[in-house]
Structure formats: C-alpha cells, structure tokens
Write a protein that binds this ligand. Structure first.
Ligand code: 3HC
Length: 310
C-alpha cells in the first residue's frame, strides 16, 4: 500500500473559502526546504499537497519526510508506541503528492513556493498559479535571497502575497521570518502569522531586504570564514571547532555550508555581489566557485568542505 496519498486517489473540496484560517496548504518544490515545510504543516494538522516536477523528486522527498517524521515522533513520544505510530500515520494521511502544480492549488488557502532560486522561473510559476488558485488563496515564497516584491509582480494578488522564510532543517529550527511587501494586507499578514504559530514556529517580521534578517547577517560571516582559510590563517576544521566551542554555535561555518548547500550559498552570494558591488562583505571567495564546479555541494552530494558517507 502506498504510504502517501496521490491526487488521483484523493481530492479536496473545491469550494473557495473566505475564512482567514489556513487549513489547506500547497507546497511547490520538494527539496530540503519544501519537504520540511510540507512535513511540519502536515504534522500540525494542515492538509498539504506537496508538488514537484517529477516522480523521482517527489519520491526522494517522501523518503526524507518518512525518516524525519520518525525522529520527531520518537522525540515527542519517547520511543516506539501506539501514539507515535498514530502521530506518523495521521501526518502522512494529511499529505498528498502531485507533479502538477496548477491543478494542486484549486482548494489551497496558502501556497508556499520553495523551488529553485531563479526569479524568472518563480515568476512564471506564480503567473500560472494566480490564474488557477481561488481568489482568497495567499501566496508566499520561501526564497532566501530574492526580492518578494519582484516575485509578487507576476501576480494580481500583491495584497495576498508575502515571504515565509523557514530554516533548515525545518522540523527542528523554530524560526520563521515573515516578509511583508508594501502591498501585503493586514489580513494576509495576520493569517501568515497564525499559520506560523500553528506550525509551532516563532515568527519575526522583516521588510523585503536582501537576506531578510538571519541570512543578511549569516552569509557575510560564512564568506569571511572561507576567506580566513584562503589566507591560510587556520584550517577548516579549526575554524569550525573555534566557533562551536568558543562561540556556542551548533555548527561551525564550514559544517553549515555543507548543511545548507554550497551551491545555494554560491548562488546567494553571486546575486548579492551584483546588488552590492562596493561591499567587500559580499565578494565571492574563489573556493566556493571551485567546489561547485567540482560538484561538491555539501551533504546532499556526499562532499563539500567535508566528505560524507551514505
Ligand atoms: N528531522 C527531524 N529531527 C531532526 C532532523 C531532521 N531533519 N535533524 C536533526 N533532528 C533532531 C535529531 O533527532 C536530534 O534530536 P534529539 O536531540 O532529541 O536527539 C536533534 O535534532 C539533534 O540532531 P543530531 O543529534 O543529529 O545532530 P546535531 O546535534 O548536530 O543537530 C542540527 C543537528 C539541528 C542541524 C544542529 O546542528 C543545528 O541546529 N545546526 C544549525 C542549523 C542552522 O543554522 N540552520 C539554519 C541554516 S540557514 C537557513 O536554513 C536559511 C536558508 O535560507 C538557507
């Protein structure tokens, strides 16, 4: 028996609901972030449709969700038990998968986009979804580096558009950055805030600045750690040890690079280097470009600054 529902076997009510309460959530993109968002939304009682472009991507996400939800259940219920099994099966039962973004938003109260960090691709997606989704549906992007206002430009619902920026691993990290553009309505902001609270997250509000709050501070820190090693001041391992044991950080900068994805951080820093050409903090260190050219993206590819087993 399939563990997850598919759209062909299970559909939601098509009726448009004008209530501000978010119950039906569609998550577009099933990578690290999308899968994490879908999982936590389902765990916290929302009906979720998780969408990606092909079966292979969705299957990878299902495996990741299956593993993660077991860890959460184990922690929540102190080991294997009937309650833990019910928690897992209830959450999985609320999760539907699809490879068709347009047909998956018909009953959505909220759409969270977590696809590739490419403005044109995101705009194209939202233009299509804007025509297919009910008028009350709120659109949000989980982008970590692009302008929410520029993405929202692709739609006719800027008052129902904002940023919902989660942190990796989503099932563990408590923070949610909510980004308001000038057009985001009070109702939309309040609905996003309530949704974050219902997901068990603590939300902070930020303007539509590059990197919002956390990444704006963390990315320059990560880049300067690379420069430190490039200068030969210390080794990768010693920099990580110093920040963990001397700074109380859960991961050193190079472990964090490998955790987030060096390709993702290269993309973000190249984008910001163009936005802030005079700011040395955003200059891309050559090591990043080299690692990405070699396919060393971090944990997800098996090697980054460190090597990983299976
Ligand atoms: N799903 C469920 N539970 C998970 C999990 C996952 N994917 N990953 C870790 N956990 C749980 C484990 O079960 C464990 O629970 P326990 O304490 O009850 O046993 C706990 O988290 C700790 O996990 P581990 O023992 O495996 O490993 P660590 O102690 O090293 O913790 C970590 C892992 C939570 C990732 C921790 O190292 C950490 O907090 N690192 C910093 C992560 C961070 O900074 N994230 C933000 C990145 S920036 C970002 O996401 C923004 C984006 O725009 C790029």
């Amino acid at each position: 028996m399939a563990l997850f529902n598919s759209l062909s076997t299970r559909t939601f009510s098509q009726s448009a609901r004008m209530s501000a309460a978010i119950q039906n959530v569609t998550v577009i993109g099933s990578g690290l972030m999308g899968a994490g968002i879908a999982q936590v939304a389902a765990q916290t009682g929302h009906k979720v449709t998780m969408v990606d472009i092909d079966d292979a991507a969705v299957e990878k996400a299902q495996k990741r969700i299956g593993d993660s939800i077991q860890r959460i259940a184990k922690k929540k219920f102190g080991g294997e038990s009937a309650e833990a099994n019910k928690f897992i099966s209830d959450a999985i039962g609320r999760l539907t998968i699809s490879t068709d973004a347009v047909s998956s938003v018909g009953s959505a109260d909220l759409v969270v986009e977590a696809i590739v960090e490419n403005l044109d691709v995101k705009k194209k997606l939202f233009t299509q979804l804007d025509q297919a989704a009910p008028s009350h549906t709120i659109f949000a992007s989980n982008t970590s580096s692009l302008s929410i206002a520029k993405i929202a430009d692709a739609t006719n619902r800027k008052d129902r558009f904002g940023g919902l920026h989660f942190f990796n691993p989503v099932p563990v990290m408590k923070l949610l950055e909510i980004v308001r553009i000038s057009e985001t309505s009070e109702d939309t902001y309040n609905a996003m805030k309530t949704f974050g609270k219902n997901m068990g997250k603590v939300s902070v509000l930020c303007k539509d600045n590059p990197g919002f709050i956390a990444n704006r501070l963390v990315v320059p820190y990560l880049l300067s750690a690379v420069r430190m090693v490039e200068r030969g001041d210390a080794t990768t391992r010693d920099v990580d040890t110093a920040l963990k044991l001397g700074g109380g950080f859960p991961m050193g900068p190079f472990e964090l690079f490998d955790h987030i994805g060096i390709d993702t951080l290269l993309f973000v820093s190249e984008h910001w280097e163009k936005l802030f050409p005079d700011d040395q903090a955003f200059k891309v260190p050559p090591t990043l470009t080299k690692l990405v050219k070699e396919g060393k993206f971090g944990k997800k590819s098996g090697e980054g600054f460190y090597k990983y087993g299976n």
